[in-house]
Ligand binder design. Structure first.
Ligand SMILES: *Cc1c(COP(=O)(O)O)cnc(C)c1O
Length: 394
């Protein structure tokens, strides 16, 4: 009997999902670096364009390598459809823009990646779309923010940079009762540790730039959801506005998926260890990591995540202490990326979140002493030594 790939274990999906071999029987996925495709006859072109016959037309619409990436990620996520985009921000932008018209309203968790906040605060209002921010941990706040014209909810969980966690199922119910769709930015959890669609979300978005590449090479993104919603809301905007992922980048990301589970599992082990090392040091005022029992949303995390991810946030009390910590690191890089094999740490107030007004930073608890660390794949002993030395200096 033919294998149903949806029944495969996660690891098998990551290595073999979406594989579409050419007659050459290549083991590694083929890279189709082609913009367009030829047709056997004018009649065949006609049928391809009308949709009567399947097949590729133009790279902006689809490409065999890109489709392997989309099919593999869809299988992993348990989504009917995945559409790849050139970056995570293209994914977030299209995911929201496809759900709203002038006069509509979006509700979003207030702790968000900086560019997502720009789309909501600066870009959407230009097209007559209103936005309300809420404390994403407060279910009443979501309920109270709903208006008759609310069409979309956006939440990032765990959120950047302080790893605030939202009860995805409960927020999905509020969204659906309001006739709105819930979009979840699942970057921090990765597809390995959290499945927002199974929890009730309508759309999941990724920056594949982060853990899916995981080796610092290419940008990429993805939007996933049920076929009807994906077709109605996104098919045309993706075709006609051009946020297509390069097949070369899709190929790199396909190879990244093969090792995703191995990498993020090890990264999460390292991150849990580093979080405990930091918590045990006298210089740390506070440490946040999703699987620590002192995380404020530990109960929700136990319900919806199967691992803590690779990001740790900690408060050293002042900007001076945070900067001394960063400047003393010898192995860990100072960098704003995350999910990479190489560990890196950043000072959110002066980098990733510098464009966020101070009052809003304070609302999410982001004061000058916080450091965000993305824990990589180096040896845990070396990382512990580097972090302890930097904490001593802080
Ligand atoms: C990085 C990131 C994005 C944006 O992704 P790019 O690939 O850099 O465009 C969006 N959301 C979150 C949570 C991210 O970490």
């Amino acid at each position: 009997m033919a294998e149903d790939t949806r029944d495969w274990e996660l690891e098998t999906k990551l290595v073999r999902g979406g594989l579409a071999r050419t007659p050459y029987g290549e083991i590694s996925e083929a890279l189709f670096l082609t913009q367009s495709f030829s047709y056997e006859s004018a009649g065949a072109a006609d049928k391809r364009f009308s949709g009567e016959e399947p097949g590729f037309i133009y790279q902006r619409f689809g490409n065999p390598t890109t489709q392997m990436f989309e099919d593999r990620l869809a299988l992993l996520e348990g989504a009917e459809v995945c559409r790849a985009t050139a970056s995570g921000m293209a994914a977030v932008h299209v995911a929201l823009q496809g759900l709203v018209r002038a006069g509509d309203h979006i509700v979003a968790g207030r702790a968000l990646f900086g560019s997502c906040r720009w789309i909501l605060s600066e870009w959407m209002p230009r097209f007559g779309v209103e936005v309300t921010y809420v404390d994403a941990t407060d279910l009443d706040a979501w309920k109270n923010a709903v208006r008759p014209n609310t069409k979309a909810f956006l939440v990032e969980s765990p959120a950047n940079p302080l790893l605030e966690v939202t009860a995805i199922g409960a927020v999905a119910e509020i969204a659906h009762a309001a006739g709105a769709k819930l979009v979840v930015d699942n970057v921090f959890a990765t597809p390995v540790f959290q499945k927002p669609l199974a929890l009730g979300a309508d759309i999941v978005v990724y920056s594949a730039t982060k853990h899916i590449d995981g080796q610092g090479r290419v940008l990429g993104g993805a939007i996933l959801g049920a076929e009807q919603l994906m077709t109605e809301s996104y098919k045309d905007i993706l075709r006609h506005t051009g946020p297509a992922l390069s097949p070369f980048n899709a190929w790199v990301l396909l190879k990244g998926l093969e090792t995703l589970e191995l990498r993020v599992t090890r990264q999460a082990q390292n991150a849990a260890k580093i979080a405990d090392v930091i918590a045990a040091h006298s210089k740390a005022k506070k440490v946040l990591y999703p699987t620590r029992p002192d995380h404020p949303q530990a109960a929700i995390i136990a319900n919806q995540m199967t691992g803590g991810g690779n990001v740790v946030a900690f408060d050293l009390g002042s900007r001076e202490a945070a900067w001394r910590f960063l400047d003393t690191l010898e192995i860990v890089d100072i960098s704003n990326n995350l999910g990479d094999a190489k560990s890196m740490a950043t000072h959110p107030c002066t980098t990733t979140h510098r464009s966020m007004p101070e009052a809003e930073r304070l609302e999410i608890g982001l004061t000058e002493g916080w450091v965000r660390m993305s824990v990589g794949l180096e040896g845990p002993g070396d990382l512990t030594r580097d972090v302890n030395r930097a904490l001593d200096a802080a």
